[in-house]
Design a binder for this molecule. Sequence first.
Ligand code: SAM
Length: 177
Amino acid sequence: MDVTQMISELSSSPTRFPDCCLAISRTFITSLISILPKKPAFTLSIGSGQGLLEGLVSHSDEDVSVHGVEVSSSVNRYIAEEDMHVVPGTWGLYSFAQHATAWMFVYPRDPKLISRYMDTYGDNAVELIIWLGPRVDWPDYEPCFRQSSFSELSFPDLGLTPFEVAVVARKSECMQV
Ligand SMILES: C[S@@+](CC[C@H](N)C(=O)[O-])C[C@H]1O[C@@H](n2cnc3c(N)ncnc32)[C@H](O)[C@@H]1O
């Protein structure tokens, strides 16, 4: 099934797909799009996996661009080749992140990766970081945001399952130039 067909068949309630950790619904895609930057700005999804969520978003709204970065390009199935980037290993940071207006971490594996991105490229173009994952994981990640310049946190209702949570982290006002 191609991405366009999947979009037309998305349910209004969160549904699990084999190619994405997060349960996805039509409501969620629409809500997520409403908070993502519009072109020419773009979002970088760090650890995009098979890229289903990113592909659904990019195909749902031509004004939104979501790039992906992974440790191997071969896992990607849904992000356009020109928008897919690779780092040599799980320790790798992708310098192109400094040009993105938003970063997205969907079911990341390690808070340290997020901290390293914030420490290395957080002073550049990035305005918001979207964290999407299991509600039970959030306490492990919250300190890395609270102790960073991205400490202004909101928890918008994007239509996820009760077991998952969306967090939007923005630069706290005193850190903005
Ligand atoms: C739990 S998976 C989530 C994949 C996808 N976001 C999803 O929700 O289906 C975490 C992903 O992060 C990737 N990853 C780990 N370290 C990374 C790094 N430094 N840069 C980019 N991707 C990384 C892994 O290869 C893995 O695919």
